[in-house]
Design a protein around this ligand. Structure first.
Ligand code: NDP
Length: 311
């Protein structure tokens, strides 16, 4: 009898991991066996626990999304934790023939030209606020290439831009969209007539719905064997103003108060445009979910899962 391909997803309880679960459960049936791990199954920082869980499941391929992930504040506060945990997790997980891992556009050089593309990843130091996370992630890229060169492993990394979606992390210091969803929900709960948002709203970002990234990663796992990493992002003309995202979240949440901008707070970089032409060459017809639709689904999930929100 033909053996089913066994696929292990690390970080299966996270934003991206749970999106992969959704894509698999809602996609066409395949003869693959999927296993989704969380940190409760094994602490992947620990070599023996990682070895034991891999020996238990004996996967043929891995989608690796487990990582210590956090917003800017968390990253700068716990620099050593981010570098140590991510280096350990990544070195322990690179142990089967094929692994698709996740980098991030926030690990690119701080001083660079835009749009950024895959070739610029190592061209200079990352932003000082997240150098621990960024250098650890860059080493995941280097490790993937080195294992391919020495052992012929099919290790590839994808590079997503800013992500959002169901089952996001809503903890203190979380990413922008979950933070905004939480802020609007609180303003509604307080029947506030004014909601204050940090910054000017003039910054622009390319947001990717987590289930779109999940589809791209599942495609890479099944069909992409090349060493070259690729950026997963909506097109540059889909870059949106932060103030439009806030207005959209407020409208979809039926918040009718006024939005005020606290311009004393930083906007971060005004634009960080990423070039997705490599992905477009590989997956030309890939359809991204519109931001409005993705936010609708994310808010529906948020409202339906009160009491189970992470963070
Ligand atoms: P989440 O924080 O939502 O999830 C992290 C996952 O990793 C969880 O399943 C968590 O398990 C698991 N994990 C963390 N530490 C350990 C550990 N020591 N042992 C085992 N499992 C562990 O992250 P995302 O889904 O957002 O991120 C997925 C990938 O995408 C990461 O590589 C991240 O760097 C990258 N990325 C994320 C972006 C974003 O905007 N979110 C943007 C660009 C890239 P548990 O639930 O049990 O804690």
């Amino acid at each position: 009898m033909k053996k089913h391909t066994k696929i292990l997803v690390t970080g299966g309880s996270g934003l991206v991991g749970s999106a992969i679960q959704w894509v698999i459960h809602n996609g066409v049936a395949s003869d693959e066996d999927w296993v989704f791990l969380s940190s409760a199954d094994a602490d992947l920082r620990n070599y023996n626990e990682t070895k034991t869980i891999f020996e238990e499941h004996r996967p043929d391929k891995v989608i690796h999304t487990a990582a210590r992930v956090g917003g800017v504040f968390e990253n700068s506060l716990r620099m050593a934790d981010f570098v140590r945990d991510n280096l350990a997790i990544d070195q322990n997980v690179l142990r089967v023939q094929k692994v698709i891992s996740c980098l991030s556009t926030c690990i690119f050089p701080d001083k660079t030209s835009y749009p950024i593309n895959e070739d610029m990843l190592h061209d200079g130091p990352p932003h000082p606020s997240n150098y621990g996370y960024a250098y650890a992630k860059r080493m995941l890229h280097i490790s993937s290439q080195a294992y391919r060169q020495q052992y012929g492993c099919q290790f590839t990394c994808v590079i997503p831009t800013n992500l959002y979606g169901p089952n996001d992390n809503y903890s203190e210091g979380c990413h922008f969209i979950p933070g905004m969803i939480k802020r609007v929900a609180q303003a509604k709960k307080d029947s506030a007539s004014v909601m204050v948002v940090p910054g000017s709203g003039r910054a622009q970002r390319q947001f990717v719905y987590s289930r779109d990234l999940a589809r791209a990663m599942v495609w890479a796992l099944r069909s992409y064997d090349e060493p070259d990493t690729f950026i997963v992002s909506v097109d540059a003309d889909q870059e949106v103003l932060i103030k439009d995202v806030v207005a959209m979240v407020a409208e979809l949440s039926a918040f009718e108060g006024e939005i005020q901008w606290d311009t004393a707070k930083t906007d971060g970089q005004l634009r960080k445009t990423a070039d997705n032409s490599k992905m477009r060459a590989l997956l030309g017809d890939f359809q991204f979910t519109s931001l409005e639709q993705g936010l609708k689904e994310t808010l529906a999930w948020y409202n339906a899962n009160q009491g189970h929100i992470r963070g």
